[in-house]
Ligand binder design. Structure first.
Ligand SMILES: [Fe+2]
Length: 133
C-alpha cells in the first residue's frame, strides 16, 4: 500500500516530481501511523498531508494559469474535491466520529496514484512545450 515513486510517476518537470515524492513520503508516514491509532502522530501526519497538498496544488495551478492550460478548470476541480474530502475527514476524525481506517487509506492511495499518473501526466507535456522542465 505504500507508494514508492518511480519513473512511471514522472511528469518530466523537476519541481512537480520533487513535490510528488514528498507527498508520497507524507502518505507513507500516515500509513505507518494507521496501525498505532496514535492520535498525535496521525493528527500531525494528516494535517501535514492537507497542508502540503494545498501547497503542491497551488504550484501546479500557478503554472496552468500562467500558460493558460485548456484543462485548468477540470484539473483544479480534482484538487479542490480532494482537499474538501480530506478536510471533511479531518473534521470527523477530530470529533472522534471517524477513524483512520483501511478504507480511508485506500481512498487516499488510489486518489494520489490515479491523479499523479493520470491528469498530472497529461499536464507534463504541456508544461514542457512551455519550456518548463
Ligand atoms: Fe494535479
Amino acid at each position: 500500500m505504500a507508494i514508492t515513486w518511480d519513473a512511471s510517476f514522472s511528469v518530466n518537470v523537476r519541481e512537480i516530481d520533487d513535490q510528488h515524492r514528498k507527498l508520497f513520503d507524507i502518505f507513507n508516514r500516515l500509513l505507518s501511523g494507521m496501525g498505532t491509532q496514535d492520535r498525535d502522530f496521525i493528527g500531525g501526519a494528516i494535517g501535514e498531508m492537507v497542508d502540503y497538498s494545498k501547497y503542491h496544488f497551488s504550484t501546479e495551478e500557478r503554472y496552468m494559469e500562467l500558460f493558460r492550460y485548456p484543462q485548468y478548470a477540470k484539473h483544479k476541480k480534482e484538487h479542490d474535491d480532494f482537499i474538501a474530502k480530506v478536510e471533511d475527514f479531518i473534521g470527523k476524525w477530530n470529533d472522534k466520529k471517524a477513524a483512520l481506517s483501511l478504507d480511508v487509506m485506500f481512498f487516499l492511495e488510489n486518489w494520489i496514484r490515479d491523479h499523479t499518473q493520470g491528469i498530472d501526466k497529461e499536464l507534463g507535456p504541456f508544461l514542457n512545450q512551455n519550456h518548463l522542465f
